[in-house]
Design a protein around this ligand. Sequence first.
Ligand SMILES: C[S@@+](CC[C@H](N)C(=O)[O-])C[C@H]1O[C@@H](n2cnc3c(N)ncnc32)[C@H](O)[C@@H]1O
Length: 132
Amino acid sequence: MGKLKRGEVVLDLGCGAGFDSLIAARQVGDTGRVISVDMTPAMLDKTLRGAQDLGLKNVEARLGYLETLPVEDSCIDVVISNGVINLTPDKVQAMREVWRVLKPGGRFRIADIIVHLPVPQSARDDIELWSG
Ligand SMILES: C[S@@+](CC[C@H](N)C(=O)[O-])C[C@H]1O[C@@H](n2cnc3c(N)ncnc32)[C@H](O)[C@@H]1O
């Protein structure tokens, strides 16, 4: 969804095991960096181990929620997120946080699930549809 430039600062929302963070880290190079945020310490550990295995020194892991990002204002060139926004209970607040941390002219690249129709109550009540 658009190449990252060398030297850019990237924020990966809900990095999971870090696959996208590591690709981003390679693209931005030594002069750029990637901040990987996840609410789960185990996922951040995996991301950092992956970075170590690949010899990437420009990946930083931060524990936190999308709704209260552990990131300063206006410091990010590109926010990326893959399959996470749909999991957040407060999507509007998550979007506010993206807006807050992006530099003016910054970019937001997401891959996610969009529902075009109201979700029926029977689906909302079926836990099997909410978990893997
Ligand atoms: C479906 S996985 C996607 C992981 C990764 N982006 C990928 O594509 O492989 C969702 C990840 O988002 C994290 N997550 C879900 N809701 C979150 C929230 N509100 N704040 C921070 N992380 C969250 C989970 O801990 C999990 O690691």
